[in-house]
Design a protein around this ligand. Structure first.
Ligand SMILES: *Cc1c(COP(=O)(O)O)cnc(C)c1O
Length: 465
């Protein structure tokens, strides 16, 4: 058998073109076969269809049509975040532009662990890392930079690690009970003492309770606040929290994985006032940034914090190479081989500009307000609260938690709508996370209609498990 064509090199683009035609045709065929936001039938039916389509996964003799077959099955069985009724999670549809740029990253396959594998990629990463850090900290913070990560989980781990090392080896994490689960998990991973959890009675960290906690505790402390909670999209009172941290000499990390994207919007940026007080900030552009996964960032105000990540491997950053001017990349991640996720980001920032990204942010926030208004007007629904970002929590009025859960699962099994769920104030709520800028008001009305219709069939006794 002849060598399969390669993606880069002089023949790369020519080899890719017909394969891309195949991929695009298979995506189209798969989406048509699905016909909705999610494949119908639930996990068993989806698994059976996929297994049937794939057949033998590692045959003795290769199957030349596998690209079409697998991608078609993959698309048919996908949850499509570009479908207006797919609104469960912080799972955004990716921009075609960013996806196209990502193809170039895969084709050239640079790896950001040494300059000689990624000459332009490493410079582009340094540029974007600085630009996004200054977007967060302001133009005056010329030294601020960012690490490109796989997402909020990795960013939060790194923030805790940098705090531990800045304090010389230990730190205690102080978090609101609204914080993302990755923060206490990172404390466990890093062998730190159990985090201290501060109440968040209204869904946001209570600064008075935080002050009492900081007064009581001794030793090095890292407070982690949230700008955009995963469940409700709430923003902690950042200026008050920052003031308390400053008064008690505690470090501050702000997890803005979700809310950080508001920075691009003139209309909504002010909600992030106080963000620039943080020593480190988590930002996920695979949420309010419309990037294909992964597009995470940890902004670091003081680059001295990064000395903790310095690391030497002679084959990647020998001392004499570094002295001779070859950039040392190992200290920008705990990973070694690393994808240039920065390329799609750079293309998006430059093509759309602040204005274009801000418009997308404004659109999804407006849709959330529209949905909340529809829920409020509708006698069959109860609204949890007006949305702060783009998350709307609601429930059928008078329903039990079991019914709320069953309606959600029934819609999933039907493949008609994808809604999330969250428990707040002791009750179960349906969660719509609106991240699709193309969703229109009619789609929102259709979503509520589906929920009502499905609830009616459940109440009549056709309760699927
Ligand atoms: C999504 C999210 C995370 C985790 O980010 P991943 O990209 O999924 O790893 C952390 N914190 C908050 C507030 C989030 O919304």
């Amino acid at each position: 058998m002849s060598t399969p064509p390669l993606a880069s090199g002089p023949e790369g683009p020519r080899a890719l073109r017909p394969l891309l035609d195949t991929v695009l045709a298979a995506l189209d065929a798969g989406a048509r076969a699905r016909g909705g936001p999610l494949p119908a039938g639930g996990p068993d039916a989806v698994a059976a269809r996929l297994r049937q389509a794939v057949g033998e996964a590692l045959p003795d003799q290769g199957a030349p049509n596998a690209l079409h077959v697998l991608i078609r099955a993959f698309a048919e069985g996908a949850a499509d975040p570009a479908h207006p009724l797919c609104a469960a999670h912080l799972h955004c549809p990716s921009l075609a532009l960013a996806t196209a740029a990502d193809l170039a990253a895969s084709a050239l396959n640079p790896s950001l662990d040494s300059w000689d594998q990624a000459p332009a990629a490493s410079e582009l990463e340094a540029m974007i890392a600085g630009v996004l850090a200054r977007e967060i900290y302001g133009a005056g913070e010329r030294e601020a930079t960012s690490l490109i990560t796989t997402g909020g989980t990795e960013s939060n781990q790194l923030a805790l690690l940098l705090a531990r090392e800045a304090y010389g080896g230990s730190v205690r994490l102080v978090v609101g009970d609204n914080a993302h689960h990755s923060l206490p998990r990172a404390a466990w991973l890093l062998g730190l003492p159990d985090p201290v959890v501060v109440p968040a009675p209204a869904g946001t960290l209570d600064p008075v309770a935080l002050d009492e906690t900081l007064t009581r505790l001794t030793g090095p402390l890292l407070v982690a606040a949230t700008a955009g909670t995963t469940d409700a999209g709430l923003i902690d009172p950042l200026p008050e929290i920052a003031a308390r941290c400053a008064a008690h000499g505690a470090r501050l990390h702000i997890d803005a994985a979700y809310g950080g994207g508001l920075l691009f919007s003139d209309r909504h940026r002010a909600r992030l006032t106080g963000l620039n007080a943080a020593d480190t900030v988590t930002l996920d552009l695979h949420k309010l940034g419309w990037q294909p996964v992964a597009a995470g960032l940890l902004a670091v105000k003081n680059p001295r914090d990064l000395t903790a990540l310095r690391h030497r491997a002679d084959y990647l950053n020998a001392a004499d190479d570094t002295e001779a001017g070859l950039p040392d990349l190992l200290g920008r991640s705990l990973r070694t081989t690393r994808r240039p996720d920065v390329l799609k980001l750079a293309v998006t920032l430059k093509t759309l500009g602040r204005d274009g990204l801000g418009t997308l942010v404004d659109q999804v926030c407006a849709r959330a307000r529209d949905l909340a208004a529809l829920v409020e007007e509708h006698p069959g629904f109860e609204l949890h609260a007006r949305p702060v970002i783009s998350t709307v929590l609601f429930r059928p009025a008078g329903a039990t938690d079991d019914t709320v859960a069953a309606v959600r699962r029934a819609l999933l099994t039907d493949g008609r709508a994808v809604l999330g769920r969250t428990r707040l104030d002791g009750r179960l709520w349906l969660k719509a996370t609106l991240l699709n800028p193309a969703t229109g008001p009619d789609d929102l009305a259709a979503l509520l209609h589906l929920v009502t219709a499905r609830q009616a069939t459940l109440v009549e006794g056709h309760t699927p498990r």
